[in-house]
Design a protein around this ligand. Structure first.
Ligand code: BJW
Length: 242
């Protein structure tokens, strides 16, 4: 594996504009369940059944309780060696943006800069009707009404299936992908679009792709099979030797 971490470091060193993309796997070693892993189920529901506007309309309390369960887990956990590895890498490569599908806020908590939370943040809430952002009591089981329009229900500040991604985030991502000559993808199953298509965008312009995953990566220039919390710090070490 040392050969591969060294190769990854060399590719990063040679890149003028690398971008970093993370998914749930980067927070797995913090103890946060991934979506499609064995521990991703809640009361026998899969993410696809709960992370939709339709599910919230049908049973807002159920969806709210799922988010409470997840907020509770996240608030008891901390960023891990992978998140801190990214921070160190970004100190060496300050132009590298961190695009994350994760809503746990761990990249920012670890100290990363230029973080684009493309699926939002689980601790934020906005109105399902008027879309105004306001704080909710995220510890109670009861879904709360919006204080602005007084009628809509407050929902988690995340992007559900079938919903458009935040315009600002997509604009920033589009600018970064246009400049990118390398993408480092960590801990995502690559099943959810648009993030699942970012590596192809970079590759289609002749850019390189590196992927870290506990499952063997496919369709990438360099795949590293293993835990993000072990491999990212090793890549940083190798980079510092160059
Ligand atoms: C480790 C590890 C360790 C473990 N180290 N690795 C094109 C084709 C087909 C469908 C579509 C398409 N474009 C859009 C769609 C529809 C849809 C979609 O993609 N569906 C697919 C299921 C087919 N996409 C959307 O609806 C998106 N919206 C959209 O495109 O809008 C268009 C539009 C425009 C204008 C108007 C209206 C609409 C929105 C997608 C939103 C996704 N939301 C969720 C929930 C967020 C909120 C929440 O957290 O509750 O985002 S779903 C869920 O999946 C979550 C995640 O961010 C996302 C990705 O999951 P991720 O991160 O990859 O996790 P896992 O569990 O799948 O994988 C973990 C990986 O880690 C595994 O590979 C492990 O092996 C690995 N791992 N431990 C390294 N230690």
């Amino acid at each position: 594996m040392q050969e591969k971490t060294s190769e990854a470091a060399k590719l990063l060193k040679a890149s003028r504009h690398p971008v970093f993309l993370s998914g749930a796997g980067i927070s797995a070693e913090s103890g946060i369940p991934t979506f499609r892993g064995e521990d991703g189920l809640w009361k026998n529901y899969r993410a696809e059944e709960l992370a939709t506007a339709h599910a919230f309309q049908r049973d807002p309390k159920l969806v709210w309780q799922w988010y409470n369960w997840r907020r509770q887990i996240i608030s008891e956990k901390k960023p891990n060696a992978a998140h801190y590895g990214v921070v160190k890498l970004q100190k060496l490569i300050p132009q590298m943006p961190i695009i994350t599908q994760n809503v746990d806020g761990f990249h920012k908590k670890a100290g990363a800069k230029n973080v684009i939370e493309m699926h939002g943040n689980i601790f934020e809430t906005f109105c399902f009707s008027c879309r105004a952002y306001s704080d909710a009591d995220t510890t109670t089981e009861e879904v709360q009404k919006c204080g602005v329009c007084k009628s809509g229900l407050l929902r988690p500040g995340v992007v559900w299936f079938g919903e458009a991604l935040p315009v600002n985030a997509m604009q920033q991502i589009s600018i970064e992908l246009q400049k990118a000559d390398l993408i480092l993808v960590v801990g995502t199953s690559g099943q959810v679009y648009p993030a699942a298509g970012f590596a192809s965008v970079v590759q289609s312009k002749g850019g390189k792709s590196i992927e870290i995953n506990i499952e063997q990566p496919v369709n990438v220039d360099l795949g590293l099979t293993g835990k993000a919390g072990e491999l990212l710090p090793q890549i940083v070490e190798e980079y510092m030797k160059l």
